[in-house]
Write a protein that binds this ligand. Sequence first.
Ligand SMILES: N=C(N)NCCCC(=O)O
Ligand SMILES: [Zn+2]
Ligand SMILES: [Zn+2]
Length: 355
Amino acid sequence: MEELRIQANGNLGPIDSSRVPRFAGAATFARLPRLDQVQHADVAVVGVPFDAGVSYRPGARFGANHVREASRLLRPYNPAWDVSPFENIQVADAGDMAVNPFNINEAIETVQQNALDLTASGTKLVTLGGDHTIALPLLRAAAQRAGEPVAMLHFDAHLDTWDTYFGAEYTHGTPFRRAVEEGILDTEAICHVGTRGPLYGKKDLDDDHRFGFGIVTSADVYYQGVAETVARLRERIGNRPLYVSIDIDVLDPAHAPGTGTPEAGGITSRELLEIIRGLRGMNLAGADVVEVAPAYDHAELTGVAGSHAAFELVTLLADNAAGGQARNGYARQSLARGREAAAVSAGQEAQESFE
Ligand SMILES: N=C(N)NCCCC(=O)O
Ligand SMILES: [Zn+2]
Ligand SMILES: [Zn+2]
């Protein structure tokens, strides 16, 4: 079966699903080779089976393998970008980090160290969680590799800038407050996207604002549309090294029921994928897709959504490595049409589409 891989430009790609049924064999992300089967990976997809930081339903420890299973149906060409990511760069599945399920502090150290090890020779990481606690050590590693605090786009129903739960500082609801305190985020360029749902009090928003976060709520995405959302995010982030953290609960529970703390009124998977495509050319340092909890999933909805989000992130990295060649994909065309339609309805001249 191994010899039935697609190969291009010296890169070992997925097992060819026209010759080996895609439901055969052990799952790796997108049926890509394991890291130990390649000389060097430009991008590694790695799992973190950890959920000891959750405040409600457990189960995200099984998320990475669920996303891998659902990713069997991905195909090698991404028409939204006009890019074949696995041809441009070597992408491999680095398996799972061996994190201690009984000791959160130790697990956080392990994730940070493993992330540093995996990125030692320039590999970029797309991490599959796991609960959102793991974003903290991943951000530490990303900032260390970037040599400076990183910008962040945080897709989530929740702020995750709370202080403590039951006195615990390191949980899935607190990683970004810790990250600000540690000085690893560029607080000029951090933004939540998809925020919604009840909070503990107004102070949650005041604190979050004080830390420097911008907020594009789920309703904002609805009212202003994807094209405008993307334009604002790009303006805020610029060319800074950017970490993208995607909590799958950013999606409406109709699109992603398999998660631990669902909130009604979320964005659609179409909106999420289009916003990621809108980040074309940005300086992505690393990314994660977290909080997939398969026990609450139905018909693999959440797994499929997670796998597609990860595929778009890998495509972004692959396109950057090829010098930002993506020009003719249909996402670009849709985005241009969206900007035009928004301008017409606002009675303005259509603005130049961003580059
Ligand atoms: N799903 C994440 N990351 N955080 C949710 C914390 C919500 C809470 O327990 O209040
Ligand atoms: Zn969340
Ligand atoms: Zn979260």
